[in-house]
Design a binder for this molecule. Structure first.
Ligand code: PSU
Ligand code: MN
Length: 314
């Protein structure tokens, strides 16, 4: 088999030196946003990470090769590839073996980032429990992957295309500690407050870094999910976006859309119904998550370096 991993030089160098690296997913590019907005957004969030002293590593699969860190040209090609598939963690081996290209979901990105030695991952919205899940059983594999991963995931909550109360319950079932980042409630992607209370609130990246270090030192499992609300001035009016979501969900039911196709279908409908206004909000929250993620990655990198120094002294 061909070499199935390709770690970009600057990512390899940063990881080797213990400098902060922040992972980004690519299903949002291939299946979540229209091209070329998707490409522009990927490059934008990468530069936000860089401005915070963090090396970005966008993760995708190109012709059967797993890329940890992609060049702007590679990002452009993947984002514009209409035949790219959507790879979750359990799909990666087959996608690689068959030489396919894929946008990698939250679940897939966590699996790859962890093997690469990356500690933090920033995304927009995670997958979750779909409305009607008691009938369809449609619960995103993202949730189990977050629970199993040692990588910290930063998101803006989940879109209300999902059943948010059930998503929070299911995160508890599989074992995820959800930290509200300067908030007491789960953010709902386009809006800052779903009204669903979270058990814990943190005020700083260092508090997340402390949790990461404690989990590592004490050997406990359990996922760490940081939920950071969209900046207030970029929030969409709740009534308007919630109506758009109702309409999109109804359309999906009428059309009988299921499985892997459901989330991309709902996202495309939402973009159309809101006349693209959702895209600006999407960009704002992704940039915000890239900032928060970069700060957490910086904190963890400092704490790991301090731990290594204490080890040398002791
Ligand atoms: N939710 C969003 N935007 C996205 C996705 C989810 O608001 O782009 C993407 C992410 O890549 C996520 C995937 O991991 O969809 C989940 O898909 P599914 O619901 O089929 O598990
Ligand atoms: Mn699903």
């Amino acid at each position: 088999m061909r070499d199935s991993w390709m770690v970009k030089d600057e990512v390899r160098d940063a990881l080797g030196a213990g400098r902060p690296v922040l992972a980004f997913e690519s299903t949002v590019l291939t299946h979540g946003l229209p091209y070329p907005t998707s490409r522009d957004l990927a490059l934008r969030v990468e530069s936000v990470a860089r401005n915070r002293g963090c090396v970005p590593a966008t993760i995708g699969i190109v012709d059967g090769v797993i890329h940890v860190g992609m060049t702007p040209e590679e990002i452009d090609q993947l984002a514009g590839n209409n035949s790219a598939c959507k790879a979750s963690g359990y799909d990666i081996a087959f996608v690689v073996a068959s030489g396919r290209s894929a946008g990698v979901t939250v679940s897939g990105t966590l699996a790859i980032a962890q093997r690469a030695g990356i500690h933090v991952f920033a995304t927009g919205g995670i997958g979750g429990v779909h409305r009607g899940a008691s009938e369809t059983f449609d619960i995103s594999h993202d949730l189990a992957s977050i629970a199993r991963s040692q990588v910290v995931t930063v998101c803006a909550g989940a879109k209300a295309i999902l059943d948010l109360p059930k998503t929070v319950e299911y995160l508890e079932t599989v074992g995820v500690c959800v930290l509200g980042y300067k908030t007491d409630t789960l953010p709902a992607f386009y809006t800052a407050d779903s009204g669903i209370p979270l058990a814990y609130r943190v005020e700083s990246a260092d508090e997340v870094g402390d949790a990461f270090m404690a989990r590592r030192k004490l050997g406990f499992g359990g996922g760490l999910l940081v939920a950071a609300p969209i900046p207030a001035e970029k929030e969409l009016p709740p009534d308007e976006i919630n109506q758009a979501i109702e309409d999109a969900v109804e359309l999906a039911e009428e059309q009988g859309v299921r499985g892997k196709a459901l989330t991309p279908y709902l996202l495309a409908q939402l973009a159309e119904i809101t006349g693209g206004r959702s895209v600006e909000a999407n960009l704002a929250l992704l940039e915000n998550n890239a900032r928060v993620g970069a700060e957490i990655a910086g904190s963890i990198s400092r704490k790991l370096a301090a731990e290594a120094r204490r080890g040398e002294l002791g």
